[in-house]
Design a protein around this ligand. Sequence first.
Ligand SMILES: [Fe+2]
Length: 480
Amino acid sequence: MTHAFPQTPDFIVHNEPVRIECDIYDLIVKGKIPEEINGVWYRSIPDPQYPSKEGNDVFISGDGMVGAFYFENGHVDYKCRYVMTERLKNDRAARRSLYGVYRNPFTDDASVQGKGRGVANTTPVYHGGKLLALKEDSLAWELDPITLETIGEFDYEGKLKSKTMSAHTRLDPETGELFVFGYEASGLASTDVSYWIVDKEGQLKNEQWFKVPYCAMMHDFVVTKEHVLFPVFPTVCELERLKAGGSHWGWDSSKNSFVGIMPRYGDVSEMRWFEGPPAFSYHMMNAYTDHNMVHMDLCVADVNVFPFVQEAAGIKINPAQTNGRLARWSFDMAGNSDTWTETILGPDGEIPRIAEKDFMKDYEIAYYANFMIQNGRPIISGPVHAGFNTASRINIKTGEIKSFSAPDVTLQEPVHVTSKQSGHEGYIIIVGEIFEKDRSDVYIFEAKKIDAGPIATIKMPLRLRDAVHGNWVPAEQLKR
Ligand SMILES: [Fe+2]
């Protein structure tokens, strides 16, 4: 390799690229992993093969790795492979990056103009017998769920018209349907959004398109048993800024937030738009419909917390001053109001998870990661340049919080594993990056007693770079 990565917050400390594809058989475990934890935990990790052609870039631009922990009868194996995208193949053939900055094709080398630039680095989703690696600016890439070998770009056998597929999908565990959308669906900076449903067999049904008020970063959405909600927050894409070589995204406080709501099996012509003040949410925790009311629970702040999004707008706001909170936005579908009401559910946090049995329903228990200054100093990790130091279980009905933290350990996104035991809340698994040790631990908790500390710890012989998202697939769901 001819170039080193830039010494900027996106590439130093825990953000230093790892770039290791590996197989580790029977990892060392301290404690005992419950034998009912059988299945695979897939995780998507941005890990750039090469520095950007432009030198600096952002954390979330890295080539997608999929890491998989295979749990079987108390034993764990680990495998990690790059998604062999068109972009990674082009870069490897050139032995340098031919691509410029995050989601700006105007900064790419002439030799790759018009070629795929998706990195498949955000979420692994297993559905309909297929493992897909998702990134919201492009189509999905399909991988073999056992070997992690890349099969190819995925468009439902040519049936999907959208050029993009969001990294966040919503599963209805009772019908087996996967609800999906794509924004910038017709191309760069467009206001077209696509919405489709995939049946439990993996067949695409009813792709529909609609327009949003402006081209926004639509990272996540929510679905209830009756409705689908499309949040639009003022992190905007401007074609002129792109052509000038600038950031795909910039914060724009002159624009309001919008939430479009329609029946989930309905027609996009039934979309009803609600409007409120500027805000930003990367992730929604859950949503449900209760008679005339639709409730959406979200990790929300008054501004987009990603530094590069703020820099594009010429602002820099201390994360502690962004009014981050866990909130419920409630929409009265029978009333005449064109806005929502907000109820605070809990303290600031992100990357929320709930048990699969609670998807799309009224629920009580959730898990999320927080940064709490009393639990330790900020350590550079992930896109915000300060990793989470706390993992919490929150009862959203009572506000009760139980938390886990360990000195100088950065905690990644939790995943929930359902227990087969009656009345058992299941398990939470989290990767912890250990400061200055250049390796990671993986903690397994009884979900109900996260504050009691891990019941087992998997000792990783290498550092696991901050993953974006992961998903648990029970062994019985995997088609071998
Ligand atoms: Fe996300």
